[in-house]
Design a protein around this ligand. Structure first.
Ligand SMILES: *[C@@H]1O[C@H](CO)[C@@H](O)[C@H](O)[C@H]1NC(C)=O
Ligand SMILES: [Zn+2]
Ligand SMILES: [Zn+2]
Length: 454
């Protein structure tokens, strides 16, 4: 029975194997599975409460698989929380998106009302581990301090006396990590301090310092707050980019400056190579003949070669390229990120302004595509055509547009759908593939493309 299950996380594979080989009574198996499901559900719920402590249970570091680290995410999804530029409207809120890596959540930008949008979406606040800020324009950062307060059990200045658990900081907890350009740390520290916000757990801010930035110091004269870890790094720009600002066994993040009206970043999240698809049937005769324990399957699945007792060497399937997501902040020219973003499975690119004669009643007679593009660029923004051209240039496998002018409503009205279709088509003309326009609370999956590593 176990053999018909192709790829599975090692942890699950192992459980399945134990169940299938040790228990031959069918009913016991059913009962066991039900108990297991219940147990997993309960532990997930518990995990949501104890989120900080259950860090990366999904990453295979649970008690059942201490020896194997997980090597890919069960899924990668993005939920757009806000897709507006300038003012939020009745159909779009300010910029923020949640990247779901398996069960972990990383937030990119945190405009006003991000926490409300999180509550309305399927994103679990307690699962947010990292927050990446592309730039310090208010529509990308105004929601950060209230989100921290909610996330970290914070209280306003109203909590009195040491009896209130919120006045105690549990420094043992894993800190919430924030990454952003120069000024992010000062903004958060001053904002928290001036609003007398108390946090129940620690945070840390890592800044990506460009070559023209001061390389040391906090950029504020205000000292650390009790809940801010002093270990925040000032990460220097090397060869124009910031490589691996975060990296573990399964995922890494790099960043590059992109051109906007103020310093702005684009981030590239890259999954480490993932195991190939295993066909257990291929290995069974050898494994049976040599009485090798089935657990060898786990190693094969990781792409290892294994020598059996009779000298035969069997090879696991080659690893495949992991998924890559490029998430850009506001920009009129993101070319410095090209080396990092090449072949991204998904590109998220802004398209603030568009020339939509016929579709947009506010189009002026004097407007041409050229004047609209020039105006967009002068304000640091892009048109759908510019986004499409860039997606083609980096050979992106898919493109989603966001950060729309308040002139272009989101939502499901006929008008909104019509305008968004025109915008998407303009990008498609340059890109050559289907383009999607983001709506608030829309979730998309970053698909995995089978590409064997060279
Ligand atoms: C934007 O956020 C506000 C505040 O939570 C909410 O009332 C509004 O419905 C949101 N808009 C959208 C389009 O989700
Ligand atoms: Zn913006
Ligand atoms: Zn901006």
């Amino acid at each position: 029975m176990f053999l018909v299950f192709p790829y599975m996380e090692p942890r699950r594979l192992w459980k399945r194997w134990v169940i299938d080989t040790r228990l031959d009574n069918c009913w016991t198996t059913v009962l066991m599975l039900l108990t297991l499901r219940l147990f997993l559900r309960q532990s997930q719920r518990f995990g949501a409460i104890m989120s900080k402590k259950s860090y990366r249970a999904d990453a295979g570091q649970s008690s059942t698989s201490t020896s194997t680290s997980r090597s890919s995410f069960s899924s990668i999804n993005i939920t757009f929380l806000g897709t507006a530029s300038a003012q939020p409207s009745s159909t779009r809120n300010h910029s923020s998106l949640a990247l779901h890596l398996g069960r972990d959540v990383w937030l990119f930008d945190c405009g006003e009302a991000t926490q409300h949008q999180i509550q309305k979406s399927g994103v679990k606040m307690g699962k947010i581990e990292k927050i990446f800020i592309t730039h310090t324009h208010g529509d990308h950062i105004f929601g950060l301090i209230p989100l921290l307060a909610s996330c970290m059990n914070g209280a306003g200045g109203t909590a009195e006396g040491v009896d209130d658990p919120r006045t105690e900081v549990n420094m043992e907890e894993k800190p919430l990590e924030i990454y952003g350009p120069l000024g992010t740390r000062a903004y958060v520290r001053n904002g928290i301090s001036l609003t007398h916000t108390l946090l129940g757990s620690p945070y840390v801010v890592h800044e990506l310092r460009s070559v023209s930035d001061p390389q040391h110091g906090d950029f504020t004269s205000l000292g650390h707050l009790p809940f801010e870890l002093p270990s925040g790094r000032n990460i220097p720009q090397v060869d124009g980019v910031w490589t691996d600002i975060f990296k573990d066994d399964i995922v890494s993040v790099s960043a590059a400056p992109i051109h906007h009206s103020i310093p702005c970043l684009g981030f590239v999240v890259t999954e480490a190579p993932v195991p190939g698809r295993i066909d257990p049937k291929k290995y069974i005769p050898d494994i049976k003949r040599t009485n090798t324990p089935m657990t060898v399957m786990r190693r094969l699945q990781q792409g290892e070669s294994v020598q059996l007792s009779d000298g035969t060497v069997i090879h696991g399937p080659p690893r495949r390229r992991g998924r890559k997501v490029a998430i850009l902040g506001d920009t009129f020219d993101p070319s410095p990120i090209i080396p990092l973003a090449l072949d991204a499975d998904l590109l998220v690119h802004e398209a603030t302004n568009a020339h939509l004669p016929g579709a947009d009643p506010a189009t002026k007679d004097s407007d041409t595509y050229e004047t609209v593009e020039a105006r967009a660029k002068s304000r640091g923004h892009s048109t759908p055509q510019m986004a499409g051209t860039f997606a083609k240039r980096i050979r992106a496998r898919s493109l989603v547009l966001n950060h729309f002018s308040p002139r272009y409503p989101g939502g499901d009205t006929e008008e909104a759908i019509g305008i968004m279709r025109v915008i998407a088509d303009l990008a498609t003309k340059e890109y050559g593939k289907k383009v999607r326009c983001a709506k608030d609370l829309m979730t998309i999956e970053v698909k995995f493309e089978d590409r064997v590593l060279p």
